[in-house]
Design a binder for this molecule. Structure first.
Ligand code: ZN
Length: 472
């Protein structure tokens, strides 16, 4: 009986257990430093391409740990690479650290602003960056001690929220030679992400008219805002004739100044999304026609500018299965009664069901439905390098994402626990890739099949992204 029990325990143990346990022990040994680093980035709360202090904190930490660090890659001062080891395989892992504007919030379970109007980590990227770097560090220790062989590369990827920093890094060749890539994201669930994400295109449409007095000589004027209004009307009529999976949302950025001047300029900013890049491309063709037609009707000029966008995620089931097994080995997550109460207070404040925190690792979903709303620049990487993506709970179940609740949990023990769990899960999955070349080959074989016949082209414009200035 005892022997039987022992055997069944052994059967449940993951492959390369000693290496995975060593990686987890390294992360535990550094947990205090890692959570301090995460809190430091949480406090800086810097937005896209302005993550100067955040990226420096992460890069400095990596350097201190013995990584070779290259800063300011791909024309972005806040992008960096930290690498260790030599030869094959080359396994990459990505970390983000940009915050969102206007979400300043204390680590408290009710809306409590630190600095009105200031940014906050409403997507948990402080945890994302440090968690991924921690996983890379644990693997580095195994390479240093000769237990694993190859190269680990951590990519510090800025500006996920606004620019898509990863896409520029990849296009500049910074990720060349990587055999497999990993990433995670803070969430209110813990799961291997077998479901794709939506493709998105980010477009501005400008209209140029002729100013005149709106009452004295309106016949001399041509209103740019007439063109703009016709355009948004056309967009809203198009909603009737698109796939149910399509999404579009716009903001009128410039719509005239005062009633007695015929506006000579109008600008609308629109995002369009769907399950697949081809469907987004089709809508983009229609958008160009609508812009031209609206301008013609109002006797003004129009200009369409594609600012960027992301592809839909190419899921790698082979990689996701490896990650799932490791999360099941590590899970479930354990939260204290105080942490559950913290989450419930957040849920009460948001008037949603008081479910607390999800502790379970979700069952593997081999047949996921279509992508939910939401996009990421990780998806662009997935069409070029086989990519594993997981989500780990760092926030109260059902609480609004990109909101204060996520900021609050990301700056205290709930977020820290999710981050440490993610670091261990990703490190263990990297152990699978380093220790067994068959896993990398299986991932690459699947990738070759699923990406066959697709020519990748980024939506983002040529050259490095425009750096933010004080005025924008
Ligand atoms: Zn995010």
């Amino acid at each position: 009986m005892r022997l039987f029990l022992l055997l069944s325990v052994l059967a449940a143990a993951p492959p390369h257990l000693a290496e995975k346990q060593a990686a987890a022990a390294t992360i535990d040994a550094h947990a205090t430093q890692l959570t301090a680093l995460s809190d430091e980035v949480w406090r800086y709360a810097e937005t896209a391409l302005q993550e100067t202090k955040s990226s420096k904190a992460l890069a400095d930490y990596a350097e201190k740990q013995g990584f070779k660090v290259t800063r300011g890659v791909a024309g972005m001062p806040t992008a960096f690479v930290a690498e260790f080891g030599s030869g094959k395989p080359v396994i990459g892992i990505m970390g983000e650290y940009d915050a969102l504007p206007g979400l300043s919030q204390k680590a408290e379970p009710a809306r409590a602003v630190i600095d009105a109007g200031a940014p906050g980590h409403g997507c948990g990227h402080n945890l994302f960056g440090v968690g991924s770097l921690a996983a890379a560090m644990a693997v580095k220790e195994l390479i240093a001690s000769g237990k694993l062989h190859g190269t680990v590369k951590f990519f510090g990827t800025p500006a996920e929220e606004a620019v898509g920093g990863k896409i520029y890094m990849m296009r500049e060749g910074v990720m060349n030679g990587v055999d497999a890539m990993l990433a995670w994201h803070p969430d209110d669930e813990t799961r291997a992400d077998t479901k794709s994400t939506q493709a998105i295109v980010d477009v501005t449409v400008e209209f140029f008219g002729r100013a005149a007095h709106a009452a004295y000589d309106p016949w001399n004027g041509r209103s740019a805002v007439d063109g703009l209004e016709l355009f948004t009307h056309a967009v809203n009529m198009m909603r009737e004739h698109i796939h149910t999976s399509s999404r579009m949302h716009y903001a009128i950025v410039k719509g005239g100044d005062v009633p007695n001047v015929v506006p000579e300029y109008g600008k609308v900013w629109i995002w369009m999304r769907d399950e697949k890049r081809e469907l987004v491309d089709e809508m983009l063709v229609r958008l160009r026609k609508m812009a031209a037609g609206s301008a013609m009707s109002a006797d003004v000029e129009s200009k369409v500018t594609v600012n960027g966008g992301d592809w839909n995620m190419l899921v790698n089931m082979t990689g996701e299965r490896l990650a799932q097994a490791n999360m099941e080995w590590l899970g479930p997550l354990s939260f204290t009664a105080e942490e559950q109460e913290f989450a419930k207070a957040i849920q009460r404040a948001n008037k949603i069901e008081e479910k607390g925190l999800n502790t379970k690792v979700k069952e593997f979903d081999a047949h996921p439905g279509p992508a939910d709303g939401g996009s990421t620049d990780v998806a662009d990487i997935s069409w070029n390098i086989p990519t594993i993506h997981v989500s780990v709970v760092t926030a109260a179940a059902g609480a609004p994402w990109h909101g204060w609740s996520v900021v609050a949990c990301g700056g205290m023990s709930i977020g820290h626990k999710g981050m440490i769990f993610a670091a261990k899960a990703l490190a263990a999955t990297m152990v699978d890739l380093f220790a067994d070349p068959a896993n990398v080959k299986a991932m690459r074989d699947e990738f070759a099949k699923t990406s066959a016949g697709v020519t990748y082209k980024a939506y983002v414009p040529e050259g490095p992204p425009r750096l933010p200035t004080a005025s924008n």
